[in-house]
Design a protein around this ligand. Structure first.
Ligand code: CP
Ligand code: NVA
Length: 306
């Protein structure tokens, strides 16, 4: 049984296979063709945090593919009415895939341990693999090639940054990250990354200008993620020098794209000037969430997977 909990779960070849499926599905969708690749397949969604892009793109995506979905609400009693192993073993008899957005990464791991259907991580405090797959697919569409590409992350070394770093490592993209002291990647994460992607090109700095130099794309995310609301004010001060604005973008090549997973806090981590600039591909990125997740679903559940 295959799951997508972090990008450690997929090889470079498997990511390329997912991208090939994504490209084909997206091109056909643009022509008005919605191939029923997953007839009768059922998706359950378990979300402990808010979502627009992830939830709606998964639900619309599986519907386009001839399957269906159901959002499990409070009444299902996840984590409250019964033990997680009992809950999981029962639910997996009814559905083919469970997409989960959880406060704690361990919860998703715990469900995966007992699951007899595929589990997809739709964001935890640790990782956001579907986001990173869609983002690298978007980058691939927007650049002549991913070879020699450099993605510069400015801000918190958070869930999205971790997944992007792994995706870049596996696809041969130089990953640069500028974070303030105290908000960098943990050494254990860097060790695991090095082990998986020994040839990876990586720049780690506290200087955003250094990170964006020669970047093909500059990426940022909110300074306080969901669940860190109480740290908002402190983070505003700690990240004050990490705003992606016209001044910072002037240190990047003129062609550098701007990326953000959204939702954005305009005026904090990014200015309107950058977010709404012609180089910004944030809306396209969000649109590709659906296409890339269809690629993931076809790979995990379809007959075209391998
Ligand atoms: N980027 C992203 O995952 O958006 P949502 O939180 O709206 O799903
Ligand atoms: N880092 C953000 C991403 C939201 C899509 C969060 O976890 O809230």
């Amino acid at each position: 049984m295959r799951h997508l909990i972090t990008l450690d779960d997929v090889s470079t070849d498997e990511i390329q296979r997912i991208f090939a499926l994504t490209q084909d599905i997206k091109a056909k969708f643009a022509e008005g063709v919605r191939e029923p690749l997953l007839p009768g397949r059922v998706m359950a969604l378990l979300f402990e945090k808010q979502s627009l892009r992830t939830r709606v793109s998964f639900e619309a995506g599986i519907a386009h593919m001839g399957g269906s979905s159901m959002m499990l609400g409070e009444d299902a009693g996840f984590g409250k009415r019964e033990r997680i192993d009992d809950f999981t073993k029962v639910l997996c008899q009814f559905v083919d895939v469970i997409v989960m957005r959880c406060k704690s990464h361990e919860t998703v791991e715990q469900v995966a341990q007992h699951a007899t259907c595929s589990i997809i991580n739709g964001l935890t405090d640790v990782a956001h693999p579907c986001q990173a797959l869609a983002d690298l697919f978007t980058l691939k569409e927007n650049l002549p090639s991913l070879d020699d590409a450099k993605l510069a992350w400015v801000g918190d070394a958070n869930n999205v940054a971790r997944s992007l770093a792994v995706a870049c490592g596996k696809l041969g993209v130089h990953f640069a990250i500028a974070s303030p002291a105290g908000y960098e990647f943990a050494p254990e994460f860097l060790d695991s990354l090095k082990q998986q992607c020994p040839a990876m090109q990586m720049t780690i700095t506290t200087d955003p200008h250094e990170a964006v130099t020669n970047a093909s794309a500059v990426y940022t995310d909110v300074w306080a993620s969901m669940g860190q609301e109480q740290e908002q004010e402190k983070r505003k001060q700690d990240f004050a020098d990490y705003q992606v604005n016209g001044h910072l973008m002037a240190s990047a090549p003129k062609t550098a794209l701007f990326m953000h997973c959204l939702p954005a806090r305009r005026g904090q981590e990014v200015t309107d000037e950058v977010l709404d600039s012609p180089n910004s591909i944030v809306v396209e990125q969000a649109g590709n969430r659906m296409h890339a997740q269809k690629g993931v679903l076809a790979w995990l559940l379809g007959t075209q997977g391998s």
